[in-house]
Design a binder for this molecule. Structure first.
Ligand code: HEC
Length: 132
């Protein structure tokens, strides 16, 4: 009887450990935690293009080429990849978005886009800011 009690305890521990692990995996993607890693200097950077329509159009093209496979053609997300038509993206500073594009959030599956010229990352930010 005693050993039976112990093994039930062990089972409960293992199962709750597994549940915690699954919960932490789900919480990680799209929880906005990356924002807490953005240095103050990057956060306040201004987009040289801002809401320039030519930059938005160039950004839309780059988005179709590089991002839509995960975030969907219309930016509403696909297969566990987050939607970009959210309050977080609307209220993020341009600098925060550009920082994420440069550094990625690799652990959670968001690649770094540092191989794109900086100008193209700002065009992508202009496009992201045009999403409602
Ligand atoms: C391989 C799949 C993949 C590709 C390609 C990809 N992303 Fe992501 N993206 C992700 C994942 C996964 C996250 C969630 C990361 C996190 O929460 O830490 C994410 C997060 C984001 C976020 C932040 C969303 C939020 O609400 O926190 C933005 C903005 C973003 N991506 C823009 C882009 C842009 C722009 C491109 C193209 C240059 C791109 N992504 C390409 C997978 C991808």
């Amino acid at each position: 009887m005693q050993s039976c009690k112990i093994s039930i305890r062990a089972l409960v521990l293992v199962v709750s450990g597994m549940l915690l692990l699954v919960a932490s995996l789900y919480a990680a993607v799209g929880d906005g935690l990356w924002m807490t890693h953005v240095p103050e200097k990057a956060r306040s950077k201004q987009n040289p293009f801002d809401s320039n329509p030519t930059a938005q159009a160039a950004g839309a093209k780059l988005f179709a080429q590089n991002c839509s496979s995960c975030h969907g053609d219309d930016g509403t997300g696909r297969n566990h990849h987050p939607s970009l038509r959210t309050e977080r993206i609307r209220t993020a500073t341009a600098g925060e978005l550009e920082w994420l594009l440069t550094n990625g959030s690799m652990k959670n599956g968001m690649p770094s886009w540092s191989r794109l010229p900086e100008q193209q990352r700002w065009q992508l930010v202009s496009f992201l800011k045009s999403l409602q």
